[in-house]
Write a protein that binds this ligand. Sequence first.
Ligand SMILES: [Ca+2]
Ligand SMILES: [Ca+2]
Ligand SMILES: [Ca+2]
Length: 293
Amino acid sequence: MNKFNAKVGLFAGIALAALAGSIANAQTWAEQGDAPDLLPGQETQGAGALTQITGTHDANDIDLYKITVTDPGNFSASTVGVTNFDTQLFLFDSNGNGVTHDDDDPAGGSLQSVITGVFVGSPGVYYLAISQYNADPNSAGGLIWANSPFNVERAPDGPGAGSPLISWTTSGTTADVYTINLTGAGFGNAGGYFLSISGQCPGTLTVSWSGATPSATQGIVFALNTGAFVIPNGPCQGTALGLGTQGLRLVNTIGTGSGSGSVNGQAGTGACGGYLQLVEVPSCDTSNVAQIP
Ligand SMILES: [Ca+2]
Ligand SMILES: [Ca+2]
Ligand SMILES: [Ca+2]
């Protein structure tokens, strides 16, 4: 990214603070109280990648979390090896329509669950539900997914497949604790502000964004590592990034246009494998963190 025309001022605090020590990551979300069974669920809150959710099922409990899928090609949610009971995982879109579901591990034959981005069309806000077998989601049309086959990740295939979540079946499930491991995911409070990077490194990269506030200003911030850097001053003082301090710098400030758009830049070898994140002013919303190819 060293040929991007760096600008200072609006985010000048970042350069100063790059000298400060790194700040611990907070990439796990622990259930607060009881996550709701239905939308709007419980919003996971933090910066950077969301790598794990931990929680507790009460008897007959369902827990639904608002997350973001930042990288559909690498998205996964899994309870295999980290949860003991017979789990089910379900992913719903921002309107509560079913996206993907698994009951029992398609690969290993265990009773825990794995879902991927295979049916996730685009990055954005999604709702991840964990239930204990055999509590299943209903829409106005009935079951959103058929009860079986168990060992197959499936898009909605039940009689209620075309309508959003409104209720769950109950079947006398018992209290237990769970852990869900995630990849390609971010926290729910990241909203719909997304960054993606295409192209080659070294070479020409295209940085694309969507879901920004129209006509706002955004900074493109680079770092060699992910982390939880907090902007120390300036208009976004206190905003936590998903970036660490290695090589941290503002590479450009640009408009958001209509809220989506793209910009090209030349990336040198020193930028390859690094990370970019967008910060919008004046809202100080942050995008997901994307890795340079
Ligand atoms: Ca719960
Ligand atoms: Ca619940
Ligand atoms: Ca299961």
